[in-house]
Design a protein around this ligand. Structure first.
Ligand SMILES: NC(=O)c1ccc[n+]([C@@H]2O[C@H](COP(=O)([O-])OP(=O)(O)OC[C@H]3O[C@@H](n4cnc5c(N)ncnc54)[C@H](O)[C@@H]3O)[C@@H](O)[C@H]2O)c1
Length: 316
């Protein structure tokens, strides 16, 4: 029997790939999810599934019984706009839910917590790129605030309670199983629209940039975070790793690649949306120093995602 991991949000987009990566390395995986946006069919084959809200009073008992070595926390309210419309609902899951998980981990003496933060929101609008981990934190949405608060809580549990943890700050993750029907996840949305011959909607001049990282590369970063020896020099950022590619890609570039993969599609230009970050790319040298590096080029990742969307929409 390998080490035991609990993956919260294991029926979601990234959590399901993370579960698969652990299973491939011989870990025993339990996926926990309330299925609010996740899907039962996403749960990795070979993982045990527990349907539960992370805020449930039954969660501590689950951890006590199963004795997990690692708890990998992906369950979250993930939508910036939902957080703006209802900051308390966001905090209920992203702060209160997290604390329920962390208290249960503390009581069950879990050896390590891997927490998922967001490099796209904790730093705010950067002065220059790429952004290294030590850059000032300036979240501009309730979601950004709760993601950063999570890191600070982990710091408290690490320093005062002696509970080891790592935070992963993701850039824009894309790949199979990302919801193409939502408002976020531009690759999934563009792929679906392209497949149906619908125009790709570009807001503003399309020169806004993001750091797109393929979900399977992100999943491998979680394995690194689960086993890495940690060096403590006493700051929050010692235990945080950016996860991305370091490469800026504009929406126009993305559109061009998707048109190449899918064939001819129209582009519709609409007015720029307020509050959108102009540019983003994460400095990933720290994670690369562990031996990890992103293995999928954008073209490879986009092709795999497009194939998945086409299959999922029933016309592969
Ligand atoms: N997708 C990205 O580009 C990105 C970027 C930065 C950070 N993240 C973080 O990665 C994590 C996973 O995001 P995702 O993109 O896979 O989204 P997702 O919506 O597919 O996954 C979140 C999962 O959490 C579950 N969940 C939500 N509330 C829950 C609750 N109260 N109890 C139990 N389960 C609950 C959902 O059902 C879903 O399966 C989140 O923490 C998110 O903030 C994602």
């Amino acid at each position: 029997m390998g080490p035991k991991v609990l993956v919260t949000g294991g029926a979601g987009f990234i959590g399901s790939h993370v579960s698969e990566a652990y299973l491939a390395e011989g870990w025993e995986v339990t996926a926990l999810d309330d299925l609010s946006s996740g899907r039962r069919e996403n749960v990795a084959e070979g993982a045990e599934f527990v349907e539960m809200d992370i805020r449930s009073p039954e969660l501590p008992e689950l951890l006590r019984r199963r004795r997990f070595d690692v708890v990998n926390h992906h369950a979250a309210q993930v939508d910036v706009r939902v957080s703006v419309g209802s900051p308390r609902d966001d905090a209920s899951i992203n702060v209160d839910g997290l604390l329920n998980v962390l208290e249960a981990c503390r009581r069950s003496r879990v050896e390590r917590v891997v927490y998922v933060s967001s490099g796209g929101v904790v730093y705010g609008e950067p002065d220059d790129l790429p952004i290294e981990e030590t850059r000032g934190k300036a979240p501009v949405s309730p979601y950004g605030v709760t993601k950063l608060a999570g890191e600070l809580y982990l710091d408290y549990y690490r320093v005062v309670q002696g509970m080891p943890s790592v935070s992963l700050r993701y850039s824009n993750v894309y790949g199979p199983r990302q919801n193409p029907h939502g408002e976020a996840g531009v690759v999934a949305i563009f792929s679906r629209r392209a497949m149906h011959g619908q125009p790709l909607i570009v807001y503003g001049d399309g020169e806004q940039t993001r750091d797109y990282v393929y979900v399977k590369d992100v999943a491998r970063a979680n394995l690194v975070a689960s086993t890495l020896e940690l060096e403590d020099t006493g700051t929050l950022d010692d235990f945080a790793f950016n996860v991305g590619t370091g490469i800026e890609t504009s929406v126009n570039d993305l559109v061009g690649r998707i048109i190449e993969i899918s064939g001819h599609v129209e582009v519709e230009r609409q007015e720029a949306r307020t509050g959108e970050l102009l540019r983003s790319a994460l400095d990933v040298r720290k994670l690369k120093s562990t031996g990890w590096s992103p293995e999928h080029s954008l073209t490879e990742g986009l092709s795999e995602t497009y194939a998945w969307v086409a299959a999922a929409e029933g016309s592969a």
